[in-house]
Design a protein around this ligand. Structure first.
Ligand code: GLU
Length: 304
């Protein structure tokens, strides 16, 4: 069986099962999405592409953007980045405040909200025009010149962003945010608001599966060694406090977002994006995890 037949087959069987969980309605705009949407797109490092369902429909990628944001900061800062935050799994929910008190404002890793806020702060300090320069980086890394922020989603999140506002101010109180917290938060909400289709998302992550090079353009985005480390962080920290379970069940580095998207990469092989907006209790797409678990089982391809 080829990839197209496998993804179609699994799409049908996962869709037949009950869709258990709820939408991320704590962000009002995300509460309006049709819960039955379901799309999958896979692209291989040698350019073959396969899609099924709603894979050409845009959705808010939310925390998935934390990976490219980390990539850009790591590229700029090199190893000095790790003075500002760690790379250990947190074992706590994505928006938790508890560890920060104990760790004196040093977030456990860049893929939880506290870590992503510190990454935004670093980018603001280092880039001339942070918001535009970040889009430029995303467009180059994905080969997609249309990537943009969604003001509507950013505003919607900002209107209820009390916890992220608290996190940013709390970290600032320890001296680990250099810039004005409002500026950091605006950048963070903008990053989270980006909307992509499954096809675009899988393409945007293909360089993580291709040792740092965008296959279609030949552009080197990062070194192979840097990509290895970012993939390791995705593997251990990409699914909030369900990261161990995702590694156990799926066996690929990846990242989820509360918009219901998941992207995972198989180094040297492919990048795959799944979108289904109903989330399980840990905030990960219920059908997305189910699909990927069955996909790596059926293909017998995983990094382990
Ligand atoms: N913008 C969301 C928040 O900060 C992102 C959460 C996520 O996707 O994990 O709450």
């Amino acid at each position: 069986m080829g990839y197209q037949e496998i993804i179609e087959d699994l799409y049908k069987s996962v869709k037949r099962e009950e869709n258990i969980g709820s939408l991320a309605s704590f962000i009002p705009e995300l509460g309006k999405v049709d819960p039955q949407k379901f799309g999958i797109h896979l692209i291989t490092t040698d350019g073959r592409a396969f899609g099924v369902g709603d894979y050409e429909e845009k959705f808010s990628i939310q925390s998935i953007i934390k990976v490219p944001s980390l990539a850009l900061a790591y590229k700029i800062m090199g190893e000095s980045l790790w003075a500002r935050l760690g790379y250990e799994p947190s074992g706590t929910p994505f928006n938790s405040l508890v560890q920060l008190e104990h760790d004196r404002g040093i977030p456990k890793n860049p893929l939880i909200n506290s870590g992503a806020l510190v990454i935004c702060d670093i980018l603001i300090s280092k880039l001339e025009n942070p918001q535009e320069d970040f889009l430029h980086f995303m467009r180059k890394a994905s080969g997609n010149p249309t990537i943009a922020y969604s003001p509507q989603i950013a505003e919607s999140e900002k209107s209820v962003g009390y916890r992220n506002i608290a996190l940013c101010n709390f970290i600032k109180s320890f001296g680990n945010i250099e810039n004005d917290p409002d500026e950091v938060l605006d950048f963070y909400f903008n990053q989270c608001s980006i909307e992509l289709t499954c096809r675009e998302l899988s393409e945007a992550f293909l360089f993580f599966a291709n040792f740092g090079v965008v296959p279609s353009s030949g552009d080197r985005i990062m070194t192979g060694s840097q990509v290895k480390r970012i993939n390791a962080i995705m593997q251990t920290c990409g699914f909030y406090d369900e990261s161990g379970e995702f590694a156990f069940k799926v066996g690929l580095p990846g990242k989820s977002g509360v918009g219901g998207g998941i992207v995972a990469v198989h180094p040297g092989q492919y990048s795959i994006a799944v979108w289904s907006p109903v989330l399980n209790k840990k905030g990960n797409s219920y059908r997305g995890v189910k699909f990927l678990e069955q996909f790596t089982t059926r293909t017998e391809l995983s990094i382990f």
